[in-house]
Ligand binder design. Structure first.
Ligand code: SF4
Length: 569
């Protein structure tokens, strides 16, 4: 089955911001930490927040203590005041776009205007807006309800931010026809508008649409309604477990979209489940290829191959192509370290990639043994072939084992607070050491290693950080301190752009192989594919990321051999 992912789906800016505020407050704000009502309309995310000791609070007690976070929808000003009076430290997570509508409601009601809010009177955002409009506020949700309004002269029309654009326009036209002279603000949020536009586009491409989101989420339900109006079969699911797999199997192409409060990892689980669904339309060879690729990623074989080829290419540039034990050593080490780390950190993987988590849990004893065996082989090879770098190999082995063990991971997590990005930096340093430093020290190579060190470091860093971006929401919810969780997705992208720029400089001024500039271009394309959600978070995107070191290595080896043959000729 072909799965087409909506380019705009999942957390909108306001929800992402509120979630980040809550995750930060869980570790930093005065405890206990509450959210005023459920933070987002997603049961799984709320359960995870509870594991971080962030609980929803219903109603306002006369006396309270700790911190309370106001949700992205906002609340009436009277309730905000009451929370402060009760003794809570209030953190306002209201979306800036909702704040703007609240400000309009307050301004016009103070000027004596009636404030007509087009939206669902039961929705938290509308209740909050009514609080700002005071006794001048009126809510309608359909053109028929205009009949219930009093005669209007001086009035302003505002909309709930998640209102359907078509319906809003219809209501506004009817209101102006009956009561001319009203002021109109289209306060429908862009995020909502874009998601609705996108679902209409998906309907043109796909036979069925899966909408992922909370069943009580207004914008999720609206996306499902739109797809239905467009004549598509719609499946509204909260998680991958709700997917009616048998009914979905008959479709060749299925579109996936999600409400603004659906975390990425919930969407990913749905996409992975659909991708894994055997389809009568998929040719056998394609199914096997997909399974093979999946096995390579899940078992870390792709990663082992990546560091192998990268080390080999460095050896070629150092003029040592026959020393094949260095790439083997690098592969064994990275396979062992990454597998051990994944096995010890299964919690976040259960969210981000449940199939990989299942694979690891199923073969846990075997993979644990294999990981330790890989470490032993690495040490044996280092002792036999790289005695002068043996100390460095032992040091890296011990560090990765200590880093992965659960006893140390808690301490490391707290230390990571003052040293963000420690995980990705460490992965990059380990890759750099095995692909460049170990052979350089062992062979007592005369050529300076700095250019190749920088090159390998940057490739490994870009790969590691990009993979962390793919898992940022799941990692954040389980309290894993990766670079994107710590500094946010936007800043992580800026860091990646700087790293890609540096990579281009190293290629031009260090390695002096202009044709290798395709590598930074490849990285930029990868980032763009993700940002524009052209591939969603599919197996293909992960495959392209893992292919980065492999493609890089193959290109260098190929170039070196062409050069050698041309000079021999
Ligand atoms: S849908 Fe728009 S207004 Fe509502 S929370 Fe998201 S970004 Fe803010």
């Amino acid at each position: 089955m072909q799965v087409v992912m909506a380019q705009k789906a999942g957390f909108c800016m306001g929800v992402r911001r509120a979630v980040q505020i809550a995750l930060r407050a869980a570790g930093e704000a005065p405890p206990p930490v509450y959210t005023y009502g459920p933070l987002i309309h997603n049961a799984q995310a709320l359960m995870l927040l509870e594991t971080l000791n962030v609980y929803p609070l219903k109603g306002i007690p006369t006396q309270g203590q700790g911190t309370i976070i106001i949700r992205a929808h906002g609340i009436p000003p009277q309730e905000k005041e009451a929370l402060k009076k009760a003794g809570f430290h209030v953190i306002d997570g209201t979306c800036p776009r909702v704040l703007r509508v609240q400000a309009l409601a307050r301004r016009y009601s103070r000027q004596g205007f009636h404030v007509i809010i087009v939206g669902d009177p039961e929705h938290a955002e509308v209740k909050g807006l009514l609080g700002y409009a005071g006794d001048k506020g009126l809510v309608i949700s359909s053109p028929q309800e205009i009949d219930s309004l009093p005669p209007l002269q001086k009035y302003v029309i505002l909309s709930q931010t998640t209102q359907d654009t078509v319906l809003y326009t219809k209501i506004v036209q009817e209101l102006l026809r009956r009561f001319p002279g009203g002021k109109v603000y289209n306060t429908i949020c862009n995020a909502t508008h874009e998601r609705q536009k996108e679902v209409r586009r998906l309907c043109k491409l796909c036979e069925a649409i899966v909408v992922v989101g909370g069943k009580n989420s207004a914008n999720t339900k609206r996306l499902a309604q739109i797809a239905q109006q467009e004549g598509r079969e719609v499946f509204l699911v909260e998680t991958a477990h709700d997917l009616p797999l048998k009914r979905l199997q008959k479709f060749k192409r299925v579109g996936v979209t999600a409400g603004a409060s659906t975390p990425n990892w919930v969407i990913n689980q749905v996409i992975r489940t659909l991708e894994n669904l055997p389809s009568p339309y998929e040719p056998g060879w394609k199914r096997w290829l997909r399974k093979l690729l999946r096995f390579c990623f899940e078992s870390n074989l792709a990663l082992g191959l990546g560091i192998f080829v990268l080390t080999l290419s460095n050896l070629v540039l150092m003029g040592l192509p026959s020393k094949i034990y260095y790439p083997l050593m690098a592969s064994c080490f990275c396979f062992g370290a990454h597998t051990l780390n994944r096995l010890m950190d299964i919690k976040s993987l259960r969210l981000n990639d449940p199939f990989r988590a299942q694979f690891l849990e199923k073969y846990r004893p075997f993979l644990l043994g294999l990981s330790l065996l890989s470490y032993l082989i690495t040490l044996f090879m280092a002792w036999t072939y790289a005695r002068s770098a043996f100390g460095l190999v032992v040091f890296l082995t011990l560090i990765t084992i200590i880093y992965s063990l659960p006893f140390f991971s808690k301490k490391q997590a707290s230390r990571a607070r003052w040293f963000p990005g420690v995980r990705s930096l460490f992965i990059a340093l380990a890759w750099m050491s095995f692909s460049t430093l170990v052979p350089w020290i062992s062979e007592n190579h005369p050529q300076s290693p700095y250019v190749l060190m920088a090159f390998s470091f940057l490739i490994a860093f870009i790969r590691a950080v990009f993979l962390e971006i793919l898992e940022v929401q799941g990692d954040g919810f389980v309290g894993k301190e990766t670079l994107p969780v710590f500094v946010g997705e936007k800043k992580t992208f800026q860091i990646l752009y700087v790293a890609i720029g540096l990579l281009a400089l190293v290629i031009v001024w260090g390695i002096r192989m202009i044709t290798l500039l395709f590598i930074p271009v490849y990285c930029l394309l990868l980032l763009n594919l993700y940002r524009k959600r052209l591939l969603g978070q599919s197996l293909l995107l992960e495959g392209l990321t893992e292919a980065l070191p492999i493609t890089t290595g193959i290109a260098i080896v190929r170039k070196a051999f062409i050069y050698k043959h041309s000079t021999q000729g």
